[in-house]
Design a protein around this ligand. Sequence first.
Ligand code: ATP
Length: 295
Amino acid sequence: SAPRIAVFGSVNMDLVAYVDVAPASGETVQGREFRQIPGGKGANQAVAAARAGAEVAFLGAVGDDAFGVQLRTTLVDHGIEVSGLRTVAGTSGVAHIVVEGDGANSIIVVPGANGTVTALREGDIQLLDGVRALLLQLETPMSGVVAAARAGRSLGATTVLTPAPARPLPPELLECVDVILPNQHEAAAITGQDDPERALAALLETVPEAVVTLGADGVLYGRRGADPVRVPAVRVEPVDTTGAGDTFCGAFAVARAEGRDPETALRFAAKAAALSVRRHGASTSMPTRAEIDAF
Ligand code: ATP
């Protein structure tokens, strides 16, 4: 049967305007196209894990606005358990994104309801009880992430932290993390080491397992006391790499929760992420279990 996974984190509505050149301060420009896309690293990882074959519970918050209703519906449509998704007074998290003709983008994130998730709430412990893996990111306040990591750890879940956006990681968080999963930029920001191998070694001084993702170059995986392993990416013609990292993380967690060894889980995740970069969008590009297994 499908393993149970919980995700504690952010959910945003991405409001994306496509323009030739972004407006300067005080300027108005005409855009070419607009898209409204459910996102947020937490919600994206939850969708990735659900599509990759897990039973997923999401813990977080939306506002009491129209976006909140749409975001909740999107998670429900993916079969995600949302009794841990609170509706709070105020606006939902929003990412205001301007994409220029050459693909360069600028983003304003307004945390809204995500900023209220500062602690575990009533019922959260029951939702975390019995989960095999708990996925955490840093788009919600640190105090809540620490509380969730602590609860997950004490209930026997494998805790997986995506340290994005990168920021200093307090020892009380690190002591509850089993696997840290940064991309190479986050790994460098956290450790001060630009070289991924050195960054990996530094991460392993704080947590037992680390995965540094290297885009088309795959990942570097390390476990304390063992030699690092490089797992290559699956070669594909990239269309849109948005969400590749979250797809990778969600699929990796599912394979681990099914009891696969780390390298098998990394290869499964690499297939899922490669499938996602062949399609547009973030959550809309995430492959199903059948697609991953057939790839
Ligand atoms: P994003 O922010 O775009 O979601 P990220 O920066 O968090 O991604 P990356 O290191 O870019 O994470 O990519 C994560 C994984 O996705 C890689 O380890 C790899 O397996 C897969 N991947 C990314 N880009 C490509 C690509 N061009 N071709 C094949 N696989 C890719």
